[in-house]
Design a binder for this molecule. Structure first.
Ligand SMILES: Cc1ncc(COP(=O)(O)O)c(C=O)c1O
Length: 393
């Protein structure tokens, strides 16, 4: 019988697969420090849960508006405008999606034809490249050096543009590196997209998670190029709502009308009670205070990890200072060991689960990613075990 040869060539998500493996080991009684998943260890703020709960009790458990609830789109439009200065029309330029993953899926589905190319930095969230493959496009990895915070130079981007290129993808703050692109960099990238008549897909799911005074630039706040910008965002990271599966897409009306078709024929709509929770997330001052409290907690953990490195001065493992998101990209290059082997050995020898840098693209080789969105004792125990392990190699 026939099967999809395209999907046969795509690897399973490394992080999701690893998380399943850690769950299995834990169930078997093997204590593993799981630092592999980008899932906040905080509970969703209570007002969001209360709003969704009330909505369920009121019977909001049926099909709902496929673009997203009008009141949620209006609130998000105001919220994005207040943060970026750019207004997206809630009726034609916004779509509520099943997480940031689905926002990205719908965006690509709206622009790609088979064989089209999408340029993705060579250390980037795995789905950025794999979703292109799922949709029968070709992801093109753009080399990105650690010395440049893993942000490809403009020349590297431009050198890979062909007449098949459809879009450039940038994620700032970055998973896995924690890099935050400057306004000048973003503007230059948008100008490049404009010059070559391409879309700039800006994945901004970590836009609230910034440290040490780093400034976030939304692509929507850049000058000119309105027709070229596609924003992907999510409730998952900011509001500790990963399990709710809700995100949103902001884009030119023609993109949204195609994305809407993709969404209607794949998910129908996001659950209404989930969206009502989301409305509280973007409008409640109490939730805004919780968001800041979670950010401050990540900042504290980040400082503690950096203090552990400063105190121990390891020679065989270093890190790229993260200015955003909630990960450390640890530099194991002094070991000269492939990152896949290092991650496997760390799990077997030190019982710490991490993601090999290669999973994020070729430029991530020699690195491993650990999360700080986990219990601080786990994070510190895990990081110290990694240091002990690396120094013993
Ligand atoms: C850069 C980036 N974009 C998008 C997502 C998708 O998030 P979700 O689908 O949970 O909203 C993630 C999740 O890890 C991510 O790291």
């Amino acid at each position: 019988m026939k099967t999809n040869q395209n999907l046969a060539q795509i690897t399973e998500s490394f992080t999701i697969q690893l998380a399943d493996r850690v769950r299995r080991l834990t169930a078997e009684g093997v204590p593993v420090i799981g630092l592999q998943t980008g899932d906040p260890d905080f509970n969703t703020p209570q007002p969001i849960i209360d709003a969704a709960h009330q909505a369920m009790l009121q019977g909001k458990t049926h099909y709902a508006n496929s673009r997203g609830l009008p009141e949620l789109r209006s609130a998000l439009s105001a919220y994005v405008e207040q943060r970026t200065g750019r207004r997206f029309d809630p009726n034609s330029e916004m779509l509520i999606t099943h997480g940031g993953t689905h926002a990205y899926h719908c965006a690509l589905a709206a622009i790609l034809n088979p064989g089209d190319e999408v340029l993705v930095p060579a250390a980037s969230w795995q789905t950025h490249a794999n979703m292109v493959r799922v949709l029968r496009g070709r992801p093109i990895q753009i080399k990105a050096l650690p010395e440049n915070d893993f942000l490809p130079t403009l020349e590297e981007w431009e050198s890979q543009i062909t007449d098949r290129t459809a879009a450039l993808v940038l994620n700032t703050p970055s998973n896995p590196t924690g890099a935050v692109a400057s306004r000048a960099y973003m503007q230059a990238l948008l100008d490049l997209a404009k010059t070559h008549n391409l879309y700039l897909i800006s994945d901004e799911v970590y836009d609230h998670l910034l440290y040490d005074g780093a400034a976030f630039t939304s692509a929507a706040s850049l000058a000119g190029g309105e027709d070229h910008i596609i924003l992907v965002n999510s409730f998952s990271k900011t509001y500790a709502m990963t399990g709710w599966r809700m995100g949103y897409l902001c884009a030119p009306a023609a993109i949204i009308s195609s994305a809407l078709k993709e969404s209607q024929h794949t998910i129908t709509n996001v659950a209404e009670f989930v969206q009502i929770g989301g409305l509280t997330a973007v409008t409640s001052p109490e939730v805004a205070a919780s968001v800041e409290a979670m950010r401050a907690a990540y900042a504290e953990r980040r400082a503690q990890v950096m203090a552990a490195f400063a105190q121990r001065q390891p020679r065989r493992v270093g890190y790229i200072t993260p200015y955003g998101a909630f990960y450390f990209f640890l530099d194991l290059r002094p070991l000269g060991m492939p990152s896949l082997a290092a991650a496997e050995k760390l799990l077997n020898d030190a019982r710490v689960a991490v993601v090999p840098g290669l999973a994020y693209g070729s430029s991530g080789e020699g690195f491993i990613r650990v999360t700080i969105a986990a219990d601080v004792e786990h994070v510190l125990t895990g990081v110290n075990r990694i240091i002990d392990w690396a120094e013993a190699q």
